[in-house]
Write a protein that binds this ligand. Sequence first.
Ligand code: NDP
Length: 401
Amino acid sequence: MQKKRLMIIGAGGVGNVAVRKSARMEELYEEILLASRTKAKCDAIAKEAGPVKVRTAQVDADNIDELANLISSFKADVVLNVALPYQDLSIMEACLRTGAHYVDTANYEPKDEAHFEYSHQWAYEERFQKAGLTALLGSGFDPGVTNVFTAYAEKHYFDEMHYLDIVDCNAGDHGKSFATNFNPEINIREITQNGRYFENGEWISTEPLEIHQSVDYPRVGAKESYLLFHEELESLVKHFPTLKRARFWMTFGQQYITFLRVLEEVGMTSIKPITFQGMEIQPLQFLKAVLPEPASLGANYQGQTSIGCQIRGVKDGKPRTVFIFNNCSHQLAYQDTKSQAVSYTTGVPAALGASLVARGIWSRSGVNNMEQFDPDPFLEELGPLGLPWEVVVDGKLAFGV
Ligand code: NDP
């Protein structure tokens, strides 16, 4: 097979991991281009990545012309977008203009409205189909691996799936009073929104962090977990219509929630612009500027993450429960890629998804969510790439139903 050319956009926590992992795929890639808003961050990552040669460039991914010029001058076969969800549509447009496949890890969100849904990107289906290009959406951990776990359960363990609970725990300690594990602006927008889950064909809304319960995570133990809306719920209930209920749960420590409430109450998490010393600023963007960068948390991070899918359904006329999960150590992630486990669990599947598209193993002209492809080749490579996973059938439930 002829070697491919990969362009990665975004040199943050996730970009760092995706570049280091992709640069070790020397049988697949001829060259990699890492482009981001701040070139110095690209250079710092490229210096330590290899053996595949990593070039760097400055780019504003909101500017379609600039982006398209860079993609075509590099002759990228695949573009991996690990910038921010705001850039998804401009990067998809640039891929269509230049004939490159597209991969991302988070669905599009307009800057001035904290609301994300797939409709904006699913609307590109026909244009990608006509161009003969594959767009792969949500190739991180959640969304990403959780979609593949669900597809794998459906393929190998169920005749019909009925109840899906995605459970996400970060039982790590970075030693800071308050920090977010991925981009603070995107993270805080996500968790200060209303919660939402799917039941009997309808979406049910809750107040932010209103519903919570204790979840027993493997090798971590019981942790209070909060119901949030998460984007993979939208595509999973579409692609697995037998699901009667689908929910997403995430752990937050008491200290994190207290800090967040104070920041919310004083107005620091607002996305409504205010005038400050004659300049228009968004309080949340200002807060992001003073919080630690997610990429900087790795060195002192202890503990592990545990993320999985608990699914109940029917096989051969009998009820069955399947729990598929991965635990990832912050320290092992740091040893492998100088990053903490949240960036690692996103960057590894991002690199893997891009490599499956580059090799044509996952290939369908149009816009695809992860669960639309065969889960087996992805899960065969996920463990060897650093994220081993386990399946428990009819075992102890992560939590009661
Ligand atoms: P960071 O903020 O650490 O990194 C984002 C990078 O994108 C930065 O280097 C930033 O540049 C760059 N960037 C921002 N805007 C532009 C632009 N207009 N043009 C070019 N580059 C730009 O975020 P993370 O690495 O933590 O997250 C990256 C993505 O991964 C996000 O979309 C996030 O939602 C997603 N994610 C997905 C997860 C999943 O499991 N599916 C989990 C965690 C994250 P600069 O350095 O100059 O600010």
